[in-house]
Ligand binder design. Structure first.
Ligand code: C2O
Length: 347
């Protein structure tokens, strides 16, 4: 049977390190939960652009900032508020929930085939909430285009300390204009590389996780996870997830024990960069399907029918199923096309 998570009555404090945190959403219990419906085909398609380019468009940037600011101003108990949106990740990843159909088991949406679809829905609703808050149904998130040389630094708009897009809990050294994301980041022994070397290392990492080490679905998506399976652990994640991990650790503040914000599940949703980073992960899911044979989504019943709960842009709870998110065009958003400089990488 598919994972049907979470149980709507059972949510406890989440755990990270040796601390616990309040992450439960405004209760789902007692409210009517609708089944997800795809948006109408007459809705405009939101086009997500690379952050380093979108940031050059002052009209769009102003909208993005206004939307994030409005989200920060919502009362904390509004499920669309900044803090509640961050808590979604915490609740689903730090042990706050149990599975609806196996209440002895925790729920974990990392380290398995649920990773990509869960995060797709998460940023889908987040984007629609932002659009709703500024009354713009065309509003699209940017994506962090770290698989292209020009997109490797953190985009400027996130580094402006006066901006609602700024998050103080980051590694300050990695916010310098010259600092490029290291997709091979090792916190204990950060490598010192020239810009050219770093770009090559990054292309090699993307190539390994998207092309040579991801020829089959299981390699790319991660382990199968059904009701009754053990809660997935790190070793069972797919290459798409392994590819995305170093950015979390690299952005977060390594002087803090839990690496806040980006470096820990419980706090990463507090940094606007989280959703922009995941935009690229989501985009690379699409790209992966276009670069060779055997690159399809799973068609197992237990994959297609796995479900999650979210609050939508109208603060209404919805139950979503994996099968409804496999074609992003039907969800009325898409990505601006970008070159893939890592595609034929040769060592
Ligand atoms: Cu839920 Cu980038 O992690």
């Amino acid at each position: 049977r598919p994972v049907r998570g979470p149980s709507i009555e059972a949510c406890v404090r989440a755990t990270a390190g040796d601390q616990t945190f309040a992450c439960c959403p405004p209760s789902f219990a007692g409210v009517d939960i609708m089944d997800f419906q795809l948006p109408s085909a007459s809705e405009p398609v939101r086009i997500r652009r690379p952050a380093h380019l979108a940031g050059l468009d002052p009209v769009w940037l102003d909208k993005y900032k206004r939307a994030i600011k409005a989200m920060r101003c919502l009362p904390n108990d509004d499920p669309r508020s900044y803090i509640q949106q961050a808590r979604v990740h915490c609740a689903y990843c730090n042990g706050a929930y149990v599975q609806a159909d196996d209440t002895n088991k925790g729920l974990q949406i990392h380290y398995s085939w649920l990773f990509l679809p869960f995060h797709r829905y998460y940023i889908y609703f987040y984007e629609r909430i932002l659009g709703k808050l500024i009354d713009d149904p065309t509003f699209a998130l940017p994506f962090w285009n770290w698989d292209h040389e020009d997109g490797m630094p953190i985009a400027d708009m996130f580094k402006d300390t006066e901006s609602p897009l700024y998050d103080p809990l980051r590694n300050p050294a990695h916010q310098l204009p010259t600092s490029l994301l290291d997709l091979d980041y090792n916190k204990r022994q950060p490598a010192v590389r020239t810009k050219e070397e770093q770009v090559r290392v990054n292309y090699a990492v993307v190539y390994n996780n998207m092309v040579s080490g991801a020829k089959r679905r299981l390699e790319f998506f991660g382990a199968k996870y059904r009701t009754g399976s053990a809660v997935p652990v790190r070793q069972s994640s797919g290459s798409c997830e392994n590819l995305h991990n170093p950015a979390h650790i690299w952005v977060g503040d390594s002087s803090r024990a839990l690496g806040e914000d980006m470096g820990n599940f419980y706090s990463s949703g507090r940094d606007p960069l989280f959703y922009v980073h995941h935009g690229n992960v989501d985009r690379l899911w699409n790209v992966w399907k276009t670069i060779g044979k055997f690159r399809f989504d799973f068609d197992d019943y237990d994959y297609l029918n796995a479900s999650f709960l979210f609050y939508d842009e109208n603060a209404k709870p919805v139950r979503v199923k994996v099968k409804d998110c496999l074609d992003n065009k039907l969800m009325r958003y898409d990505y601006e096309e970008r070159p893939l400089p890592w595609r034929n990488f040769q060592k």
